[in-house]
Design a protein around this ligand. Structure first.
Ligand SMILES: NC(=O)c1ccc[n+]([C@@H]2O[C@H](COP(=O)([O-])OP(=O)(O)OC[C@H]3O[C@@H](n4cnc5c(N)ncnc54)[C@H](O)[C@@H]3O)[C@@H](O)[C@H]2O)c1
Length: 373
């Protein structure tokens, strides 16, 4: 059964963006928030976006009105539960989500699919609190959710294949690119993007200039923005929070000193314009360190079966707009060069060499037996 109606829990940054995406693609959304002011703000934001679309000639006034008519708000959890799909995008707090699922459980219609937009909590642990874990999964959107085309479709250990396929079809119908992955800290994209960002801040701890690091990072991955500029948009506080969640994976994933400092203070990074030019040796060091800190978690997550290597590159291209994504780079560099780049990291953090290293060279080729089939 196709998904036509979506109930969205939480009308914050992500809930509002997801609602906008849903109604812009011909489906209906009903949104609920514990804070009525947030609900009003979300509606006002969506209306402003639609008005801007009319001003810019992307849609006509009648089209905008039709989109707006597909958006409703509610204060009744039962109205959320009555939809084909419920997407939960409330605070990133396990207890808050758990209590909400427990309240939602008795109200859910038999065929309703339930998805969490969590960034860092375990889909499998949250599944304990929904009435039917077979119909529960992760739909991890990227900010801004109305615009960024990637959605990680996270299969929990108990998600039924039919439910997963329905979710994939929904993601496609809303104009998004699905990245199929399994449950695991950081899923696919944040598992390597956060360590790459964190390594940039470690280089800063060692005296390198953030704007210079950004410049090298852009060149290293053919990226539109460097890690510090991205953090200034999404907030270092959020980057710190994400990094702290990943720290359960070991010391390599622990936040750097400067990320702790700036994130805790709710600050942002000062970026010199124009950036100071690093000397060639510093440039090479920064590039190698950023690459190694990205390659290592990519090889780990591929080895753990979280996602296929080719899909990691898809995520990097679509969500981050990296035109030279990590798996393609590793295949081009070859196994020996990648092993050499990883060696200092493996030694410093006492990490075993990732098993997937053996596949470097043909890593990006699809195996045929997809990791998520
Ligand atoms: N911000 C991002 O870049 C981003 C990206 C991907 C995923 N996420 C995830 O999406 C979720 C939401 O993040 P956000 O950035 O939109 O947060 P936010 O703080 O902007 O919004 C959360 C909203 O949930 C509401 N809320 C809290 N408890 C509620 C409850 N019991 N019932 C109904 N509403 C409730 C709050 O009032 C708030 O409006 C989190 O799990 C987060 O990890 C965030």
């Amino acid at each position: 059964m196709n998904i036509r109606t979506v109930g969205i829990l939480g009308a914050g940054t992500m809930g509002a963006g997801i609602a906008q995406n849903v109604i812009e693609h011909g489906l209906s959304a009903v949104v609920m928030d514990a804070d009525p002011a947030q609900l009003q703000r979300a509606v006002a934001t969506i209306e402003r976006m639609l008005a801007r679309g009319v001003e810019k000639g992307r849609i006509d006034a009648a089209g905008a009105a039709a989109i707006r008519a597909r958006l409703a708000t509610t204060a009744e959890l039962a109205r959320i539960a009555a939809n084909d799909l419920v997407i939960e995008a409330v605070f990133e707090d396990f207890a808050v989500k758990r209590v909400l699922y427990q309240r939602l459980a008795p109200l859910l219609a038999a065929g309703t699919l339930v998805a969490t937009n969590t960034s860092a909590l375990s889909v499998d642990e949250l599944a304990e609190f929904v009435p039917d874990p077979a119909r529960f999964l992760g739909l991890h959107y990227f900010s801004p959710a109305a615009v960024n085309r990637l959605v990680e479709v996270v299969r929990g250990a108990r998600t039924a294949p039919a439910a997963y396929d329905r979710a994939l079809a929904f993601v496609g119908a809303t104009g998004k690119q699905a990245l199929a992955c399994r449950d695991g800290l950081g899923f696919a994209v944040n598992r390597f993007f956060c360590p790459y960002t964190n390594e940039a801040t470690r280089l800063h701890d060692e005296g390198h200039d953030p704007a210079a690091i950004d410049q090298v990072a852009r060149a290293s991955f053919a990226a539109p923005l460097g890690p510090f500029a991205v953090m200034n948009l999404t907030k270092p506080r959020i980057a710190l929070h994400a990094q702290r969640s990943l720290a359960r994976l070991g010391a390599f994933y622990a936040p750097s000193r400067s990320l702790e400092r700036v994130g805790e203070a709710g600050g942002s990074w000062t970026l010199a314009d124009p950036p100071p030019a690093p000397d060639p040796a510093a440039r090479a060091l920064i590039a190698d360190r950023l690459r190694a800190a990205t390659f290592l978690p990519v090889l780990q997550l591929v080895g753990e079966g979280i996602a296929e290597a080719a899909d990691v590159d898809l995520g990097a291209r679509v969500a981050l707009r990296w035109d030279d994504p990590p798996v393609a780079q590793m295949d081009r560099l070859g196994r020996d060069a990648v092993a050499g780049m990883l060696r200092p990291l493996l030694k410093r953090y006492e990490i075993e060499s990732p098993a997937a290293l053996i596949r470097v060279g043909t890593l990006g080729l699809r195996s045929g037996a997809a990791a998520n089939s």
